[in-house]
Ligand binder design. Structure first.
Ligand SMILES: NC(=O)C1=CN([C@@H]2O[C@H](COP(=O)(O)OP(=O)(O)OC[C@H]3O[C@@H](n4cnc5c(N)ncnc54)[C@H](OP(=O)(O)O)[C@@H]3O)[C@@H](O)[C@H]2O)C=CC1
Ligand SMILES: O=C(CO)COP(=O)(O)O
Length: 340
């Protein structure tokens, strides 16, 4: 009998650990790569990731490792769960080992200088790899606690989608497929910005009407932006669009929401990020998104407002006043004008 090939997960954080456990629960042998040998040793002996996912048992099928080249040599299917700020620099040195691999990005961010999404960086670093994106309403802790969850694997490569569905789909985790890689990936990156705003609103004691208005107008705004860049608006009605927007804007377990909440309590951005001690991708995304919206002249009042508070010295009260006084627009941008 031939031995089953292991699956790689790159990243020792909360999502990498949650995905590694899921794969192992489905009977895969998993090599979870992380850069810190002390962390790997601790995870091997304690069978837990005490820094990023305390209280969750590491499945016996997960092997924490630190040799990236050896991990890539052994695995064809590779999940990338690194922060957006680290993905290129971590993979560039091993670019030669990525040819022919199935690379699946789970990272929900945008590269600062280039405005590239993570799968676009993977394509650049590894032009001969097969590329996909996994995104959806997937809070790491809930995934790890085996809460019933659904996600999307998006790729033009149908065989890759099937392979990922086979590896991840299980009793508690449903994996849907999509061909709109760009839309799915953009949804995951953009919603983080609105989660910061939602966290702020909750900290300020705003009511349910306000939260609902925020989420719905956020969806309108991110869809408008994505369509201008060529994505399919229908993707934003799916799990990786409105699904992820709802969970991230509603849950105190979201790190972006937590940053927003801390800001709403009066902390500075620096202190809010330091208090979190984990990745909140929305903090970087807001900067590049504001610049891109300006460049392309896309109307994004929530992005403009958050940017003004974080980086232009405006107060929350000033921004709320401006948002509420702005001229009302149409409710839904993409309704056919022929019928109603
Ligand atoms: N957590 C979640 O609920 C979800 C997260 N995601 C996405 O997954 C991505 C990863 O997030 P998550 O796991 O939550 O992050 P965490 O903050 O939990 O962990 C970040 C991990 O990345 C590692 N890291 C940082 N810089 C580097 C580098 N240069 N080289 C190698 N490793 C590095 C850290 O290692 P070290 O400790 O050594 O610094 C740590 O293991 C993000 O883009 C996020 O949006 C997607 C869905 C859900
Ligand atoms: O993407 C996520 C849930 O789908 C996790 O969001 P945070 O990064 O804000 O924790």
């Amino acid at each position: 009998m031939t031995e089953q090939q292991p699956v790689a997960v790159l990243g020792g954080g909360s999502f990498g650990t949650a995905i590694a456990n899921l794969l192992a629960q489905n009977g895969q042998h998993v090599r979870q790569w992380m850069r810190d040998p002390e962390q790997a040793a601790a995870m091997r002996s304690q069978r837990e990731n005490p820094r990023y996912l305390k209280g969750i048992k590491l499945h016996p099928g997960v092997e924490p490792v630190t040799d990236l080249a050896a991990t890539l040599a052994a695995c064809e299917l590779v999940f990338v769960a690194l922060p957006s700020s680290a993905l290129r620099q971590a993979l560039q040195p091993v670019a030669g080992a990525l040819a022919g691999k199935l690379l699946v990005s789970t990272t929900k961010g945008i590269e600062a200088q280039s405005f590239k999404l993570m799968s676009q960086i993977l394509e650049e670093v590894a032009p001969q790899a097969r590329i996909g994106v996994l995104s959806g309403p997937n809070l790491a802790r809930e995934v790890a606690e085996q809460a019933l969850t659904a996600t999307v694997i998006a790729s033009e490569d149908e065989q890759l989608c099937l392979r990922v569905q086979e590896a991840l789909h299980g009793r508690t985790f449903r994996v849907y497929a999509s061909r709109d890689r760009f839309g799915v990936e953009l949804g995951g990156a953009l919603k983080n910005v609105y989660a910061i705003i939602a966290g702020m609103a909750v900290a300020m004691g705003m009511g349910e009407n306000t939260k609902s208005m925020l989420i719905t107008r956020a969806l309108a705004e991110m869809t408008r932006f994505a369509v201008k860049l060529g994505a399919n608006p229908m993707t934003f009605l799916g799990l990786a669009g409105v699904g992820d927007l709802i969970v991230t804007c509603s849950s105190p377990k979201s790190r972006n929401y937590q940053v927003g909440f801390a800001l709403g309590e009066g902390l500075s951005l620096e202190d809010a990020v330091a208090r979190l001690g984990e990745v909140a991708e929305g903090v970087n995304t807001i900067k590049v998104l504001k610049a891109k919206a300006e460049e392309l002249q896309i109307y994004m009042p929530l992005v403009t407002g958050l940017h003004a508070i974080l980086f232009e010295g405006r107060t929350l009260a000033q921004v709320i006043e401006a948002l509420m006084r702005a001229e009302p627009k149409t409710d839904v941008d993409f309704i056919s004008t022929s019928g109603f």
